[in-house]
Structure formats: structure tokens, C-alpha cells
Design a protein around this ligand. Structure first.
Ligand code: ADQ
Length: 766
């Protein structure tokens, strides 16, 4: 109703304005027409008696003039008349001529001496109201003789105008009412259509609270592009509302979410990488190491917030020495809050599952970084077997029948289905931390359908960005006989639905490592001292595992190009690269380690002088305090990934800079570039663009740095890792509730287990 009033009132005002304007125009025009008519009529009347009047004027014959004037006033509209001589004196006048209508005043309103002898007229106040006075000139052959004043009553004109005005107002009133009715109906109709469509969208949005929408109720095509945006928004709003709180996410809120949405649930994380490894040091001591891994960076604070169990491959040299008989150890070592369960893998298992299928097959398959994927039958067998062993561990660790299992990454594509088959009441939320390739590219993988089926054992399957979700759906479409619901962003396989959603990963906020670090100037002074850099040095930083997808070679080449193009930076700019060796048993990684080192040597040979080194390559794993010190000491951070699911280094750099200083130069091919649009975004292959961005970063004013950094910090603060985990867990909780509701007696079990023997039928026939 308010919408109708909002539309109707302006309409009414506009119509009233139009009515007023129209009456003005009509009155003015009809008045002009009436005056013209009255002048014509007066002229005609005067013409009829012009002879006696002209004679009376010539001879100054007043009785004759009066008689002729009396003839004039016989016309019903003429109330009075007078005859004036050429000098403007009244020669004769009928009775009833008002004093104000005189010969001199009439002459003064006329066209003046020597003007044409056309009649002229004017309005005046007559004896019985408004009157129109027409002056009709009289002349003989030689000269003007004078003029005749004809006073016509204007009552009829005024009456006609009032009538026209009344008609107009009535007409506009009718139009206003009709328009209001039409507007009301239109608004009601379109509002109904919109709300009906939005209701449909929302209904489809709350996938976790209802069954799949009836095809007959599908939203219209024009709403399709809006669907995912509206869905995401509504899901967020609903989540905020359900939680009854807004503001930044943190460990406490995450704990609240867990207790509200997954009350009494145990959380089990499965990841290849452990959050802490125990290594034997050179003096025989056991050291705790934080692995260089984005996944660990993201999940460790989550586990601390919600306790539970983390199941991972025990890969540290002293890992076995600190666990109990079941391979369990409480972590973090300094103040334990959750359990780490280690799985031991034989060397050949590790080689086949981890080095082989996962890192020589799936990693290059999913990243567009021009390294050919390698698929070996043995590796695939090990991959399946190791996935099965982790499934066993999940079953062993589960205290109840319905844990929430968070399956992490490309090492465990088969695990979700294995868990689902053994713990059908478990809620399996999987997250794929790397990009997902397009359909054509994925088809080179000989085990594609099995991988997809395995992943579709998840209740929820998460990727960093929507594009990866879309790619996944495309692959399912090409490889499996599954129903894809693009509106709900889900896949139904064997009667079971998996939601496919984008959950952009992030870092903890406020960053504990930044909080624990010394102030920025101190970090800078310490690092400069350690590296032997002069105080005025401009410093760039890169932090990566030594992986070919990270574009470290392209980064060094961009630094070289910067120094060649902008010689003013020679001797003044150094780039420190923290490079953690990774997957070193794989030949491609040995090759990248070599080529990165050779490149650093070549560039240092070309531009280095004395103690000055343009590239400082620190080939080692660094603990987080050292990494954050570098972020805080640097003038810029360059993330040049050739393809990256998200890239947490970019977000860590932002989180590290509470001084709002420093510039982030970021590859467009990272997931992070979709969020951090205030970074200087570059194509890392384009050395001209990249070197220009580095130069711009080094020349950027403090104000601009601050403005950009402030915007990025606000974004990372809001979209932090607690939110990432919270969103997935809230969705998992809702899905779980939905399953429980359906499992109540008398209701059909929609998420029934598929028949494993029938699974081969899910493959699309060739
Ligand atoms: P990664 O490929 O491992 O992660 P990234 O997201 O950049 O990449 O995270 C790397 C992490 O390792 C950061 O926390 C960084 O501080 C740390 N690190 C890097 N080099 C280090 C070094 N030399 N010493 C010590 N620590 C170092 C995968 C995907 C990414 C995705 C994450 C999280 O490839 O796209 O962002 O998972 O989902």
C-alpha cells in the first residue's frame, strides 16, 4: 500500500499541475479569440452606420451622431457607444457609457498618429462588469475624421471561460482517478510478479531448508543471472539473522555458530598436511615446525576455535616420537586445544599417492601453468588405497555416527564418498583449495569420472571462486549422468544432492602473527641489519613454496626488467624472496629450484655491484614470525602466481600491515585478485606491465598506499578465515538439520545412499 501511495501522490501532483497549466492556456487563448471576435463585430456594426457617423463628424452634427450611435447599441451585446473627433474630444455618446471609457484614454491606447486605420481594443470595467472597448477609426478621402468607441459586455466571455475551466478540471479529475487506478493495478501486478519471482528465488535459495524446487515453479529466464547473487546475499542475511549477530567474525563467533548449528557435533578435519610437524634438529633435539601451506594457515585457527580432531599424514622426522599408540598428539604444543591424529604412509604409498597422482597428476591438471600432468596406474592404485586408509581413520576417530567431516583438497577426492558409505549420517563438507579446470582440460584425466563421483559423496563441495564451481559443474555435465541444478548450484547423483558453493578462503583476523610481531620500523631495522642492506634501500618481498605455479621466475624477470627500464632503481632496490623447497622428490620441482637459483645468479651478475644484490634468494622454510617480519619490513610485496586458487600470501601481507604502508602487486590469475582490487593487478607474463607496476609501487605516495591498504584491510578483516569456516559450517548445519527432518518416521528419505553397484551407470556413455 505504501508503494501505491508513493507512486500515486506524485502522479496526483503532476496531474494537478497539468490541469492548472491547461486552464491557463485555454483561458488565454479563448480570451484572445473572443477579443478578436468582438473587434470584428464592432467593426462590422460601425461599418453599417459609418456614413451618418462620418457626416456628423464632418459637420459636428451631434444629434445625428447620437442617432447613429443609438442604432449601434441595438445589438444586444453592445452596452454603450461614443464618437470621438480626430482631436480626441467626445462628440456624442450613448447613455450608460462609464466615465472611465473616454475618447482620450482610448486614443492613448491606440496605434498613434499615422498608423494604419485598423480597429484596436482594450478591456475596461463597464457598468455591469468587465467590458471590451473597440475603437473603430473613421476617415474620408482626405483625412481621418475620428473614431467610434463600441463598448461590448464581456459577461458571456467570462461565463464561457468559467465553463471551460470547470470542464477541464473535471476531465483531469477523471484522468487522475483513472491513472491512479491503472497505477495501483500495475504496481500491484508487477509487485506480485516480482515478489512471486523473488519468493521463488529465495525458496530455491534456502536449499538447506527445503526440497528441490518443482520444475513448474522455476524462475523466469530474466532472473537467472541474478540468482546466484541474490542467493549468496540471502544466505548471508539468513545466516546473520539466525546467528543473531553481525560484525567481524572471530574464534568466539565461530564457536557460537558451531554450538548453535551443530550442537554437540564433533568436527574432524582431514588434510594431507599436518598443522605441526616434529622434526629432529642437528643436535638431536625435537623441533616443532609450522609447514608452509596455505591450507594449514587457513584451517589451524579454525581448529583452535572448535577443537576436534585433525587427521593428517605424519611426515615429520620426529613425528612418531611424540604421539601415543594410536598416533595422536595434542596440539598446539604450547597450549593444546585439539587432537592431531597422524597416519603413517609407506614410502611407496607416499610416492604414488602424494608425489604421483596428487602432485604430478592432479596439481598440474588443475593449474594452467604449462606443466604436463602425468597419470600412472600404480599412482592411482595408491591414491585409492590411501584415501581408504584415511576413511578408516575417520571412522576410528568419530565418537558418534554423525560427525562433521571437513575434507581438504585434491589429495582426497575419493574420500567423501568413502566416508559417506561408512558413516551415512556424517555431514561431509569438502573444500578444494586449488583451481578446478574447464571440461575439455579435465577430460585428459583417465580417472575423471571416479574423481567426480568421489567428490560428490560430499554434502557440500566448496571452491574459492564461482568460476571454479562453474568449471566443476561443466565437468560433471560432460562426464556423468547426473542432474545439475544451476539455480541451486547443486548436483544430484543417484538421488543425492551435493551443493557446490564458492567460499573464498582467507587468513585470521586480527592476525596473530602480526600481533606478535615487533613494530614495523623495528622489523625493518632488524631485517635490514640481517641482510646487510643500507637504510635507504627500497625492499620488495616474495613468499612462496618453490612451486612452478607461483611464477617466481616471471617475478625475477620482472625485477630485471624494472632495473633495465628504470635505472634509477639500480643499487637502490632489492627483492628478497623467501622460497620454501617443496615436493623436492618430483623432477619438475627439482628443475624449478635450479632455474630459480640460476636466474637469481644471472640477474645479480648483471645488476649487482659490490655488496648490492638485486635479488636475495632465501631458499628455506621460514617460521611465521620471520615471514611476517619480512611483510612488515617491505615497501612492496609481489605475488606473481601463474594460476592460484586463492593465494594467502597476498592476504597475509595485507593483514601484516597495520601501519597501512606497503604496496601489493598481485597477479590477476589468483583467486585473491577478485577480492583485493586495490592491489596493483598485473599479468605476470607481461614483463612490461609487471615492471611498470613495480616502478609505480616504489614511487607511490604514502597517502595512496594508505588509501589502498586501508581498503584491502577492511575487506580482509570482514572476509576472514573464521567467516570462511563459519559459512561452510552453517551451511553444513542446515543441511544436517534437513536430513534429520527427512529421516523422521513417515517422511521419505531423500538423501538415501546410492546403490554402489549402480555407480558405473552414472558415467556418461561415450
Ligand atoms: P599454497 O599453494 O600453499 O596453498 P598460499 O595460499 O600462497 O599457497 O599459501 C602459502 C602459505 O605458506 C602462506 O601461509 C605462507 O606464509 C606460507 N609460506 C610460503 N612460503 C613460505 C616460506 N618460504 N616459509 C614459510 N612459510 C611460507 C593452497 C592453494 C592456494 C590457496 C591455499 C589455501 O594453492 O591457492 O590459497 O591452498 O586454500
Amino acid at each position: 500500500m505504501r508503494a501505491v501511495a508513493v507512486l500515486f501522490l506524485p502522479l496526483l501532483v503532476v496531474l494537478a499541475g497539468l490541469a492548472w497549466g491547461a486552464t491557463e492556456v485555454v483561458e488565454h487563448t479563448s480570451r484572445r479569440w473572443a477579443e478578436r471576435d468582438m473587434r470584428a463585430r464592432a467593426e462590422l456594426l460601425v461599418k453599417g452606420v459609418s456614413e451618418p457617423l462620418a457626416a456628423a463628424l464632418r459637420r459636428d452634427d451631434r444629434p445625428r451622431a447620437r442617432k447613429a450611435l443609438a442604432d449601434l447599441t441595438r445589438d444586444e451585446r453592445v452596452s454603450a457607444a461614443a464618437i470621438c473627433d480626430a482631436g480626441g474630444a467626445v462628440l456624442a455618446s450613448t447613455a450608460g457609457r462609464p466615465e472611465v471609457i473616454g475618447c482620450r484614454s482610448a486614443r492613448a491606447r491606440g496605434p498613434g498618429e499615422g498608423a494604419s486605420a485598423a480597429p484596436w481594443g482594450f478591456e475596461a470595467l463597464g457598468a455591469s462588469g468587465p467590458a471590451y472597448v473597440t475603437a473603430v477609426p473613421l476617415a474620408d478621402d482626405q483625412a481621418p475624421l475620428g473614431f467610434v468607441l463600441v463598448v461590448e459586455d464581456m459577461g458571456w466571455v467570462v461565463g464561457r471561460e468559467a465553463q471551460a475551466r470547470w470542464f477541464l478540471w473535471v476531465a483531469f479529475g477523471v484522468v487522475a482517478v483513472a491513472a491512479a487506478l491503472a497505477a495501483t493495478l500495475a504496481v500491484r501486478f508487477s509487485w506480485y510478479t516480482w515478489t512471486r519471482e523473488v519468493r521463488r528465488v529465495l525458496w530455491g535459495t534456502l536449499p538447506l531448508a527445503g526440497s528441490a524446487p518443482n520444475p513448474a515453479q522455476r524462475s523466469r529466464r530474466q532472473f537467472q543471472p541474478l540468482l546466484s547473487d541474490v542467493r549468496a546475499l540471502v544466505a548471508d542475511l539468513v545466516a546473520e539473522q539466525v546467528e543473531g549477530r553481525a560484525g567481524l567474525w572471530g574464534p568466539e563467533r565461530l564457536r557460537d555458530v558451531l554450538s548453535k548449528h551443530l550442537p554437540g557435533s564433533e568436527v574432524i578435519v582431514v588434510a594431507n598436511r599436518e598443522p605441526f610437524s616434529h622434526e629432529r634438529g642437528p643436535e638431536g633435539e625435537v623441533r616443532v615446525v609450522h609447514p608452509a601451506s596455505g591450507l594449514v594457515t587457513a584451517l589451524e585457527p579454525v581448529m583452535e576455535a572448535c577443537s576436534g580432531t585433525w587427521i593428517a599424514h605424519g611426515s615429520g622426522s620426529a613425528d612418531r616420537e611424540v604421539v601415543d599408540r594410536q598416533g595422536r598428539v595434542a596440539v598446539p604444543p604450547e597450549s593444546p586445544t585439539y587432537t592431531l591424529r597422524r597416519i603413517w604412509l609407506a614410502a611407496e604409498e607416499e610416492k604414488g599417492y602424494y608425489d604421483g597422482l596428487a602432485n604430478e597428476g592432479l596439481w598440474p591438471l588443475c593449474h594452467q601453468a604449462h606443466t604436463r600432468p602425468i597419470f600412472r596406474g600404480d599412482d592411482w592404485a595408491h591414491y585409492r588405497e590411501v584415501n581408504r586408509r584415511f576413511a578408516d581413520a575417520v571412522v576410528q576417530e568419530a565418537r558418534g555416527t554423525d560427525p562433521v567431516v571437513l575434507v581438504q583438497d585434491y589429495h582426497f577426492a575419493l574420500l567423501p564418498r568413502m566416508i559417506h558409505e561408512r558413516l551415512p549420517r556424517a555431514t561431509v563438507v569438502s573444500f578444494w583449495h586449488i583451481p578446478w579446470p574447464g571440461g575439455e582440460r579435465f577430460e585428459v584425466c583417465p580417472y575423471g569420472p571416479e574423481l567426480l563421483e568421489g567428490m560428490l559423496g560430499s554434502s557440500i563441495l566448496g571452491f574459492h571462486v564461482q568460476a571454479h564451481c562453474n568449471n566443476f559443474l561443466e565437468c560433471v555435465d560432460r562426464a556423468l549422468e547426473a542432474r545439475i541444478d544451476r539455480e541451486r548450484q547443486s548436483v544430484v547423483l543417484g538421488g543425492e544432492e551435493t551443493l557446490v558453493r564458492a567460499y573464498p578462503i582467507s587468513v585470521d583476523w586480527p592476525s596473530r602473527w602480526a600481533g606478535a610481531a615487533p613494530p614495523v620500523p623495528e622489523c625493518r631495522a632488524e631485517l635490514f641489519r640481517e641482510l646487510g642492506l643500507p637504510a635507504e634501500t627500497l625492499l620488495g618481498v616474495g613468499v612462496d613454496r618453490l612451486d612452478y605455479t607461483k611464477g617466481i621466475e616471471e617475478r625475477f624477470l620482472a625485477v630485471e626488467r624494472l632495473l633495465a627500464r628504470f635505472p634509477q632503481f639500480q643499487g637502490r632496490f632489492s627483492f628478497v624472496q623467501l622460497a620454501a623447497p617443496t615436493r623436492s622428490r618430483i623432477p619438475r620441482y627439482q628443475q624449478i629450484e635450479r632455474s630459480v637459483e640460476e636466474l637469481a645468479v644471472r640477474i645479480n651478475g648483471r645488476f649487482g655491484t659490490g655488496a648490492y644484490r638485486p635479488i636475495i634468494l632465501l631458499r628455506a622454510h621460514h617460521e611465521p614470525p620471520a615471514v611476517f617480519r619480512c611483510y612488515r619490513a617491505a615497501d612492496l610485496c609481489y605475488v606473481s602466481s601463474l594460476h592460484d586458487g586463492m593465494n594467502l600470501v597476498a592476504k597475509e601481507f595485507v593483514a601484516a600491515r597495520e601501519d597501512e604502508g606497503g604496496v601489493l602487486v598481485l597477479s590477476r590469475f589468483t583467486g585473491a585478485s577478485r577480492e583485493l582490487s586495490d592491489a596493483l593487478l598485473v599479468n605476470p607474463y607481461d614483463l612490461e606491465e609487471a615492471s611498470a607496476a613495480l616502478a609505480a609501487a616504489l614511487a607511490m605516495s604514502r597517502e595512496e598506499q594508505r588509501a589502498r591498504m586501508r581498503a584491502m584491510r577492511a575487506l580482509v578483516a570482514e572476509f576472514n578465515v573464521y567467516r570462511w569456516a563459519g559459512r561452510m559450517l552453517v551451511d553444513g548445519g542446515r543441511l544436517r538439520q534437513q536430513d534429520r527432518n527427512r529421516a523422521r518416521p513417515g517422511l521419505p528419505a531423500v538423501r538415501a545412499l546410492p546403490d554402489p553397484s549402480a555407480r558405473v551407470n552414472h558415467r556418461k556413455s561415450e
